[in-house]
Write a protein that binds this ligand. Structure first.
Ligand code: HEM
Length: 542
């Protein structure tokens, strides 16, 4: 499919010709006006929209494929949105609402939240079009409150919250360090040490239960594993999350993270409530700042600790070796404030995302014993008895990779993703002016039958390529996003998940606990289990 940039270039070329007649000009002026007036609720930028280069295609393609305006786009009314979100707690069902709206309004639809207009794109090919047309520094939506907090404390933004030149500069540094599988393969041993502790922890926890097998609320366990694992890579240090006694500073961080997560709705309002209303409704902004204070404090502590170690080593005339943080501190491609902010944001981004995925993967394995057995056989056959997998083994374990992909297809931690368009676009036949907020509906595309046969079934083997020419669909399920602004921690997360799941499957048969019935997903910022998942971990016979 031709990309939008090709499309607009072609239009521009056509415009150089002399095909535009007067009559057409008037039709287009009218079209321009209606698009601009629809856009006026979005941003001032939208009103400058509909440049002449979008004019010619209307004539060229004829009435059948006329470019439509936002006004013509279907979507729920403001009132039904209010009822859905405020009355029926839609914030915890964003994934389900995506599916409902997709069914009712089609591949592309608009929703209004007060003055904010959001265009939802709920189709694999349209999502692909939007992402392929992105420029050099795509803009994420709704990060103003994050930026405001950072300005307030005199900190920098990190990758998640930065935009434009600032983002580009930091991204170009970090992408050299952790974006390729081989960049993170060097952390295999560090991650495996954390996996050792995870296995020990499973054994300790289950001995505390009468059946000697159950681990309650596995997400608690995986949260600690994910935090320990990502910190081992980012901070090059161990935090003690999987110990019986968790160090106070680590516990403080966990409290701050939980506050951020548990007060998600309140903190979301922190961004939505205008500044002048804060004295009247102070709680959302206060909680938002309190949790960020905790997260930044922890990051500064660990970065400063590593800096002091490096300085001491240099004073002693020793060679300094290390990983990501050491590289950043020595090479000085980023300021100290940028380093603090990026490590804070990366740790935040890397914990719940990874732990929810591990929880869902274990849950799915327990619910599908035959699939679990199939994966166990692959691991046993490939690695031999008792061998510990490293990153180099993962390409030889396609079902372990399929397990992670399939889990993220069924439970994409980020069920949707946001963008502010930086150019005028035509998507799905609609003119979308620059400055429009887009919601890319990854959850609903993951369940489209035309993308994935028997889409509700859990089938890790659907991701196995039959040969090198076989392409398994990618844009239908892109849990890490796509392109230049995609998840920078993808390889880190995959390494942590592949190594943990391989070892868990080698060691234990993971079974449903009678207390865990059908666990549904709910949206709470991220897509997470709506109820605790309790599972049994039964030793496999060696
Ligand atoms: C299962 C685990 C994870 C999932 C599903 C996930 C998913 C995502 C998604 C969907 C985005 C938005 C991409 C976009 O806007 O196109 C994102 C961004 C990001 N993620 Fe992850 N993530 C995971 C783990 C991690 C980890 C472990 C880290 C850190 C080591 C991390 C750091 C980030 C950062 C810094 C960004 C912002 C990137 C930018 O704007 O340049 N993520 N992630």
């Amino acid at each position: 499919m031709a990309s939008l940039s090709h499309f607009t270039t072609a239009c521009w070329k056509n415009l150089q010709g002399d095909r535009m007649n007067k009559q057409l000009f008037f039709i287009l002026r009218a079209l321009h006006k209606s698009a601009a007036s629809e856009a006026s609720g979005i941003s001032a930028a939208g009103e400058e929209a509909m440049p002449d280069r979008l004019i010619t295609p209307v004539a060229d393609v004829g009435e059948k494929t006329r470019i439509m305006t936002l006004k013509e786009m279907p979507g729920p009314s403001t009132l039904s949105n209010l009822v859905e979100f405020i009355w029926r707690d839609g914030f915890s069902r964003i994934h389900e609402i995506q599916m409902e709206h997709r069914k009712k309004f089609g591949k592309i639809f608009k929703s209004r939240f007060g003055p904010q207009l959001v265009v939802s794109v709920a189709d694999r090919d349209l999502v692909a079009e939007v992402l392929r047309a992105e420029g050099v520094a795509p803009q994420r939506a709704n990060m103003e409150s994050w930026k405001e907090y950072r300005d307030m404390i005199g900190s920098s933004t990190g990758l998640i919250s930065a935009e434009g030149e600032d983002w580009l500069k930091m991204r170009s540094v970090l992408r050299q360090l952790i974006m390729r599988p081989r960049d993170v393969a060097v952390f295999s041993d560090d991650v495996n040490k954390v996996v050792d502790d995870l296995i020990k922890r499973v054994c300790i926890l289950r001995t505390q239960e009468p059946d000697g097998a159950t681990v309650h609320n596995v997400n608690d366990l995986f949260f600690k594993y994910a935090m320990e694992g990502v910190a081992a890579i980012l901070y090059e240090s161990r935090l003690g999350c999987l110990e019986n006694e968790i160090p106070q500073e680590t516990q403080d961080y966990i409290t701050a993270l939980h506050l951020m997560f548990s007060s998600f709705k309140t903190t979301m309002y922190a961004g939505a409530i205008p500044k002048w209303l804060r004295p009247v409704i102070p709680k959302p902004w206060e909680e938002f700042c309190l949790s960020w204070d905790g997260l930044f404090k922890f990051s500064r502590l660990h970065v400063d600790k590593r800096l002091a170690e490096i300085e001491a080593q240099l004073e002693r005339g020793e060679d300094v070796k290390g990983g990501l943080l050491t590289h950043l501190l020595i090479n000085k491609e980023m300021t100290m404030e940028e380093i603090y902010a990026n490590l804070t944001e990366m740790l935040l981004a890397g914990v719940d995302t990874t732990s929810f995925t591990l929880s869902w993967a274990s849950y799915l394995l327990a619910r599908h014993p035959r699939v679990q057995q199939q994966i166990f056989m692959e691991v046993k056959r490939t690695l031999g008895p008792g061998a510990v997998a490293t990153a180099d083994d993962v390409p030889r374990l396609p079902l372990i990779r399929g397990l992670v992909k399939e889990t993220l297809r069924l439970f994409p931690v980020l069920p949707g993703n946001g963008r502010i368009t930086q150019d005028d676009l035509v998507v799905g036949g609609y003119f979308i002016p620059k400055g429009t907020q887009l919601a890319l509906c990854h959850y609903s595309t993951s369940f489209e039958e035309e993308n994935f046969a028997d889409a509700s079934d859990f089938r890790p083997d659907r991701w196995i390529r039959k040969d090198s020419t076989d392409r398994v669909d990618n844009f239908g399920s892109i849990p890490f996003g796509y392109g230049i602004r995609s998840c920078i921690g993808k390889r880190v997360a995959e390494l942590e998940m592949h190594l943990a799941l391989t070892r868990l499957i080698q060691k234990f048969q993971i079974c449903m606990c009678p207390r865990t019935a059908d666990v549904k997903a709910k949206t709470h910022g991220l897509l997470c289990p709506a109820a605790p998942i309790h599972l049994q971990f039964i030793d496999r016979e060696i």
